[in-house]
Design a protein around this ligand. Sequence first.
Ligand code: SAM
Ligand code: DTB
Ligand code: SF4
Length: 323
Amino acid sequence: MSGDGQVRSDWSMAEVGEIYALPLPELIFRAQTVHRQRHAPERVETCQLISIKTGGCPEDCGYCPQSAHYDAGVQREALMDVDAVVATAREAAARGVTRFCMGAAWREAPQGREFENVLAMVRGVAAAGLEVCCTLGMLNEEQARELKAAGLTAYNHNLDTSPEFYGNIITTRVYEDRLRTLAAVRQAGITVCCGGILGMGERRVDRIGLLRQLATLDPHPESVPINMLVRVEGTPLGQAALLDPLEMVRAIATARILMPASRVRLAAGRKQLSPEAVALCFLAGANSIFVGEKLLTTPNPVPDEDMVLLDSLGMKPLEHHAL
Ligand code: SAM
Ligand code: DTB
Ligand code: SF4
């Protein structure tokens, strides 16, 4: 039977489409069933982002306020000091955050001194007892090996949408480039964080195509961020039509069923979702969120709001533990 909680990587478009379009009560029931086989239903991973290098990116991703192709009012900032990044990570750890993700607006990770500094950040964040994640753009195999040796837990590199829709959003790279970096990360023994964005004007079939791509990676990404587009004025997608929140719920439930052992993250876009919609995303099998007042450049719910929400649902952050 498809979607019975077994881990498999041979999902067809038809199977994924069938799951995605199930009557909502059936979809949620199946997602819950799979979720409870492998995860504690009341626990949520908390992951904090930091932008270690901001703006001025040569890529033209139509959703992104950090692209140099658009003016979204983001102040460009050079690579941060190692000490400042590690100090922020320590504060996050002291608040109970278990994963720390460093993002940089690069097309590809740099060589030389800047890369050495990133390695020092990875070592410092790992020493603070956190799972360490980076998202630095494309990586080659040597860079992936060095990041692994520095103690990197995970590398985030999103496929964003279906292969068919990709060219409508980004023209400065191709899907194959993303898959190549994901392979280098996997080869180096780093866990993979890979997901996408919904609400970019794609059709449902593109959301299904993205989920199928993720679920046919073998092994599955250990962490799957599902972002709802944060519409930023000045970017080509600043005026995109608002996504029906139930599409987030369906996509999350489908991701949970397709990738039973992975962490599914309700990533960007929580500020645009009602508490009830967020609760439905948890019921659909999301078990990770970004916390902290900011994502990379855009606002996120403040820590107090998150605690009130989790409390009201009787849910708790993951206990501090190594992966
Ligand atoms: N430059 C690197 C890259 O693209 O891989 C790393 C940083 S980039 C900002 C990381 C991810 O953030 C993107 O892959 C995209 O999925 C997500 N993202 C960027 N802008 C977003 C937005 N406005 N709304 C939702 N997600 C967004
Ligand atoms: C992911 O999937 N979403 C995060 C993280 N991985 C790097 C980034 C969201 C960025 C939202 C827009 C911003 O704040 O600039
Ligand atoms: Fe650059 Fe990443 Fe933004 Fe694309 S998503 S413009 S690669 S920072």
